[in-house]
Design a protein around this ligand. Structure first.
Ligand SMILES: Cc1cc2nc3c(=O)[nH]c(=O)nc-3n(C[C@H](O)[C@H](O)[C@H](O)COP(=O)(O)OP(=O)(O)OC[C@H]3O[C@@H](n4cnc5c(N)ncnc54)[C@H](O)[C@@H]3O)c2cc1C
Length: 472
């Protein structure tokens, strides 16, 4: 055994996927250390603990974790039930992290700030693969590791409000009025919303959940107002397939949202591209720039930014990553999960081959592995870490034998009428979509296929920028 092999494998994050990695490492007898920024297992999931997930328990429990939990006499929940985030933590992640096989190796309050190779910067090649990883924590402590499984998720790095992917003008100045996605509107955070006007920006699950909670609060608390802003011209994709939706919980969510909008309890603003934000007499004014260049504004008390998440690759800036320029996932994985192309989680099985970077021994897994794609499922992450850990154990046959058993969701597009129009700029003639092999955690999957109203330029485009539909 080399000196490198005697070092532990570092797992970053004690979320569902990081803890699953630890369970697989335990089964393979590979020493590990789990570094978790929060004070508990599932620290990110706890923050959306009031939200019920869409995949039943059977898909949310990692097989290796299940085996060691069962050995300890764990009583599994009803496998067909849909847990809340809090139940996911209380009934699964916390008991798992408390097992004697894992507990001594999970370190809380350990935020990874940077990863490199001991004594080597990104430029140096000689001896790189046999040099330990150096992991620096936020408190300055440093550790050495044989390999790194980065399961740090994306919860800590939400997307900005600005329509161009950059912060809207003034966004940093109004931080006091901004809420992270999925505040507990009718629970712990009620006081921040009761009797106030809230703007929810976004068109995915997070926005839908928050809007329904705000509508519930508005029914109880006079003076509570709710406005919903989306960038597209229609909320059809957020509404999903209603009763016809192959995922009943998702269909019900969309139907309830539509009922509130139709009844005027939620005011809907479409074609809404946030341009600027300014504090105004204890409130915040949101300036919207329309396709014709005109501006409009709405003044509210609070803004919930439900605009999705992006991975933070900065901790691995000294490593050799090969990231897809669009998705921020590995190049091999990106086309399999691209939400520009995929209507739902039609994710083929994938593992160590698709997750490998030029930096031998570093793997981003779980939610982070999907980069900006919003369609990640825990079940996918569990198979990822099974494959990666098998590879680290030298069991390449098992590492390459990737399988994926995801929830059946019937048709991919939750609103077939919507796809039948095929009227988007440059869209090919609509074709029948393949049956799904997974479900999108974004409300529709294919959510980027909805055309946006683009900001008009005042002047004619310069040579070479002639646009029009399809650049023809
Ligand atoms: C509201 C919501 C509903 C969802 N519903 C479903 C569903 O129904 N089914 C499904 O399969 N998936 C669902 N997902 C998607 C996904 O499965 C979950 O987000 C899941 O928690 C991802 O697991 P993870 O372990 O990759 O990341 P996380 O759960 O985000 O865990 C990452 C961990 O890393 C820690 N961390 C972050 N940065 C650092 C650092 N620098 N150093 C050390 N530790 C760090 C965090 O504190 C956290 O504990 C849902 C997601 C959300 C937000």
């Amino acid at each position: 055994m080399s000196a490198l092999d005697s070092l532990p494998i570092a797992v970053i994050g004690a979320g569902p996927v990081g803890l699953a990695a630890a369970a697989h490492l335990h089964e393979r007898d590979l020493p590990c250390i789990v570094l978790e920024a929060g004070e508990t297992a599932g620290a990110a999931v706890r923050q959306w603990g009031h939200v019920r997930v869409f995949s039943p328990w059977r898909y949310n429990i990692d097989p290796a974790a299940r085996r060691i939990l069962d050995e300890a006499g764990w009583v599994a929940p009803d496998l067909e039930a849909l847990p809340t985030g809090a139940e996911l933590v209380g009934e699964y992640l916390r008991p798992l992290a408390e097992l004697p096989q894992l507990k001594p190796y999970v370190r809380y309050g350990a935020r990874v700030e940077a990863i490199s190779r001991l004594g080597l910067d990104r430029l140096r090649t000689a001896g790189r693969d046999s040099t330990p990883f150096l992991i620096r924590l936020a408190d300055g402590d440093e550790l050495l590791a044989r390999a790194v499984i980065d399961a740090s998720g994306t919860w800590g790095t939400p997307n900005v409000l600005g329509a161009s992917g950059l912060p809207a003008q003034g966004e940093a100045d109004v931080a006091a009025y901004l809420e992270h996605a999925l505040p507990d509107v009718v629970g712990a955070h009620r006081d921040r919303f009761a009797g106030r006007h809230t703007l929810v920006v976004g068109a995915g699950h997070s926005a839908a959940n928050t809007l329904l909670a705000l509508a519930e609060l508005a029914a109880e608390q006079p003076g509570t107002e709710v406005t919903w802003a989306i960038r597209t011209a229609s909320p059809a994709r957020t509404y999903g397939g209603g009763d016809a939706d192959a995922l009943p919980a998702r269909g019900a969510l969309g139907s309830r949202l539509r009922a509130h909008v139709d009844a005027g309890r939620i005011r809907l603003l479409t074609g809404f591209s946030v341009h600027a934000l300014t504090p105004t007499d204890g409130r915040v004014t949101v300036v919207v720039r329309h396709a014709d260049g005109s501006e409009e504004s709405v003044t509210v008390d609070r803004i919930v930014a439900a605009t999705g998440f992006r991975p933070d690759h900065s901790i691995a800036a000294e490593l050799r990553l090969d990231l897809d320029p669009i998705m921020g996932a590995t190049r091999a994985l990106a086309p399999l999960i691209d939400p520009n192309e995929h209507s739902c989680g039609t994710v083929p099985p994938h593992g160590v081959n698709e997750l490998a970077h030029p930096e031998t021994g570093y793997y981003a897994v779980g939610m982070k592995s999907y980069g900006r794609a919003p369609t990640f499922l825990m079940a996918t992450g569990y198979e990822q870490v099974r494959s990666v850990v098998a590879a680290l154990a030298g069991d390449w046959a098992a590492a390459h034998d990737v399988q994926l058993d995801l929830p059946e969701t019937g048709v991919c597009n939750s609103n077939p009428a919507d796809s039948a129009t095929g009227d988007s700029c440059c869209a090919p003639a609509p074709t029948a979509e393949p049956a799904a092999r997974g479900l999108a955690t974004g409300i529709t999957g294919g959510l980027l296929s909805e055309p946006l109203s683009l900001i008009a330029l005042d002047t004619a485009p310069a040579d070479g920028q002639a646009g029009g539909c399809c650049g023809s």
